[in-house]
Design a protein around this ligand. Structure first.
Ligand code: ADP
Ligand code: ZN
Ligand code: ZN
Length: 715
């Protein structure tokens, strides 16, 4: 037999495999990982094919089979091919991206199963002699006992093991287990929930992509759970994607209360060992539900009955490095294969999804009402006026609202989408800004560590005492970050307890959970944070939300900035007044006339959508056109520019006039970790010709050591 093995080496072709002889004593199978000789090295690879071969004695043999069971089942094998074609990445990159680290074909990564030892009696006819032995045998009379629980009998155990009277057995244990008690409680469904659930439940065994447009607090989680219950009853399985699990501990909690240990959890904050264990629970079918972030879409269930993507508009569903895929695209593929519904839930659907729903590609279901009460009242607060009156960070209006909220004993959330203390460190006299030497962007001052940090590459350095340009001593922090906001809040409200949640306060594992838990148990009256606090959280006592610099995200050079602003403001507003009490939201800013802010304040998605679509149409942006971003990356600025121009020229010569080619221009982030970035933007309708030319370029730059080409086809 001959096996075709895909290895992680820079191959000439995108999906090139190498042939190896299969030794008769080795259990080689398609989808398993094997160790093979490659040049002077040995490398790991996936077996993709096995064939009856002619006796070719020059073939080197497979050295070792790594897996007992295939890590890539039939569907995953197929999905990898699809992924590699879709994103134009190499096949090996696609497979590696689908698997947890422990199962990637990478040498030197060894993640073992976790085992514990059990002690039991082997020689049953043995009569215990000493008191200690008698006690020990009483303990063991009911069956095997964990070795760690027999610490008091350590030496006795040791002696009897040596004499073969006791035996020690190792058993695998999972690193994570759910300790949440299952609760039989289920709420009575609202009319809107009933309609949605009945409708989707009818679609069993059919491919049905559905956009569930439900306002914040309309009870989407309950809808998901009821749908899953029905799926489990039919012996099928469910995948639930959430933007980032550590930010939604409440959702996981709710699910665990309903489904107990039928759930595996997959997200980036787990250790590699934990991910490995969760993955195996899925493969062994010990669980029927997976809740996870983006890559959980590859969970190897074989009987999928539903896929749910919560907050479908979230940017993190798109992977930013290779393979640059969107989880929704993969979900559509899998739902089609398994003939099951795909539910995309959001209060602020992406323009793409809403357009698909309007065109009938997705079915649109809506939930317009909150379970309790109504949507909060949103107040727009003009900071120009406030500045004139001497209010800088907190407006007069927000201060008054906070004061009365605290008087009523209720909770508040303050959002500022900028971490750190100040945004820049600048010289008063000459205007010099301290920038990152690796990325050329302003450094952010962090007071707690009394240092400046680059928020892209993490470069950290001390704050200069004088201006490096003009030696003036007037060098100071400008702009506002969450750290300063918290400080200012404490100064104004010294008796009110507050907690801050942003990247800087949540570096340790479990810190999100703790903050959210404490806040929901009223340990703090105020939660201050970045966009991290905007999503999915459900606190009954929060009646006030304040947004500082609510218009800041409009200044980001991104064609989606209006959409992102609308969604961020709606999401964070959605945290207010979710229970019986009325909620109020104050959005502070300088440029509040923007339609994204106006419509967000009125909870008017429809009109926002119409307005935004006009602009997308005029500027030929998605969803009217497809967008591809080509990035040229190099340590050498001139070379980078030169090659970018060559590429742009090539595309202009070879693509039809229906494709708009913009650039080369410097990227949104022109320099990162000492590499320069130029980009070329393609707006097009017909992807066939674009893909053909890009694939030619990818081949061409594959072996270029000076300049590399990075392609994003699902931007
Ligand atoms: P969404 O995800 O749509 O923003 P949630 O699923 O978080 O909303 O639901 C909002 C709140 O309403 C939650 O506290 C949830 O427990 C509660 N809830 C959901 N459905 C019902 C129902 N049928 N009856 C009572 N409470 C419900
Ligand atoms: Zn200066
Ligand atoms: Zn940097």
């Amino acid at each position: 037999m001959v096996a075709e093995v895909l290895v992680e080496v820079a191959a000439k072709q995108i999906s090139q495999t190498f042939s190896y002889a299969v030794p008769s004593d080795k259990k080689v199978e398609v989808g398993k990982r094997v160790l093979v000789p490659f040049g002077s090295r040995t490398v790991e690879g996936f077996v993709l094919k096995m064939e009856e071969g002619t006796k070719d004695f020059s073939l080197k043999p497979i050295l070792e089979v790594i897996d007992e069971e295939a890590v890539l089942n039939e569907e995953l094998l197929e999905l990898g091919t699809y992924l590699s074609k879709l994103t134009m990445c190499s096949l090996i990159t696609a497979y590696q991206a689908m698997l947890p680290k422990a199962l990637k074909a990478k040498k030197g990564v060894e993640i073992a199963k976790k085992e514990v030892s059990y002690i039991s009696v082997k020689e049953t006819s043995y009569l215990p002699k000493t008191e200690k032995q008698k006690e020990l045998f009483t303990l063991l009379s009911l069956g095997p006992v964990l070795k760690t629980e027999l610490k008091d009998y350590q030496s006795t155990v040791k002696t009897l093991l040596a004499k073969d009277i006791l035996k020690e057995e190792k058993k695998e244990v999972y690193r994570m287990s759910s300790e949440v008690e299952v609760s039989p409680f289920k709420p009575v469904l609202s009319e809107e929930q009933k309609v949605v659930i009945n409708h989707i439940a009818q679609k069993k065994n059919t491919f049905a992509p559905i956009l569930l447009h439900g306002v914040t607090g309309s009870g989407k989680t309950e809808v998901y759970m009821r749908l899953i219950e029905e799926v489990l009853e039919r012996g099928k399985q469910a995948i639930v994607l959430v933007p980032e699990i550590s930010l939604t501990p409440q959702l996981v909690d709710t699910f665990q209360k309903r489904f107990g240990n039928l759930i595996a959890i997959l997200h980036s904050r787990l250790s590699d060992g934990e991910k490995y264990d969760e993955w195996r629970k899925i493969v062994r079918e010990e669980v029927s539900i997976v809740i996870g972030a983006r890559s959980a879409i590859f969970a190897p269930f074989t009987r999928l009955g539903i896929i749910i993507i919560d907050e479908e508009h979230t940017a993190t569903y798109k992977q930013e490095n290779n393979p640059k895929y969107h989880a929704v695209t993969i979900a559509l593929k899998r739902a089609k294969k398994h003939h099951c519904p795909l539910v995309l839930g959001s209060a602020t659907p992406s323009l793409e999804s809403y357009t698909r729903a309007k065109l009938g590609v997705y079915e649109l279901l809506t939930m317009k009402n909150r379970i309790y009460g109504s949507l909060p009242k949103v107040h727009l607060v003009d900071m120009r006026k406030n500045l004139k009156e001497g209010y800088r960070i907190f407006s007069k209006e927000l201060l008054e609202a906070l004061t009365s909220c605290f008087e009523r004993g209720e909770q508040a959330i303050l959002l500022l989408n900028r971490r750190g203390y100040s945004t820049t460190v600048t010289c008063h006299d000459c205007g010099y800004k301290v920038i990152c030497p690796n990325c050329d962007i302003p450094l952010t001052y962090h007071k707690k560590i009394n240092a400046m940090k680059c928020h892209y590459c993490n470069y950290t350095t001390a704050k200069p005492r004088e201006c490096p340009e003009c030696h003036s001593k007037h060098i100071d922090e400008f702009g506002l970050g969450t750290e300063k906001l918290e400080e200012e809040f404490k100064r104004l409200f010294p008796t009110i307890s507050s907690v801050r949640m942003d990247v800087d306060t949540t570096t340790r594992k479990g810190s999100h959970d703790r903050i959210i838990h404490d806040f929901s148990h009223q340990k703090y009256q105020v939660l201050i944070g970045t966009q991290m606090i905007a999503k999915g959280l459900d606190f009954e006592e929060v009646t006030l939300v304040g947004v500082i610099n609510g218009d800041a995200s409009l200044n980001i050079p991104d064609f989606r900035s209006a959409e992102k602003t609308y969604s961020l403001l709606s999401q964070v507003s959605g945290r207010a007044g979710r229970a019986k009490k009325e909620g109020n939201v104050y959005i502070q800013g300088f440029n509040l006339d923007h339609y994204s802010i106006c419509y967000a304040s009125k909870h008017d998605y429809e009109h926002f959508y119409e307005e935004e679509m006009k602009i997308r149409k005029t500027l030929c942006y998605p969803p009217y056109r497809n967008l591809a971003i080509l990035k040229m990356i190099s340590m050498n600025y001139e070379k980078c520019l030169e090659e970018s121009e060559k590429v742009a020229d090539f595309l202009k010569r070879n693509l039809s006039s229906s494709v708009t080619i913009l650039g080369p221009t410097v990227s949104t982030l022109p320099k990162y970790k000492n590499r320069y970035y130029f980009q070329i933007l393609l707006k097009y309708q017909d992807s066939k010709e674009v893909r053909k030319e890009i694939s030619f370029l990818i081949e061409k730059y594959r072996s270029n050591r000076m300049v590399s080409l990075d392609v994003d086809l699902s931007a």
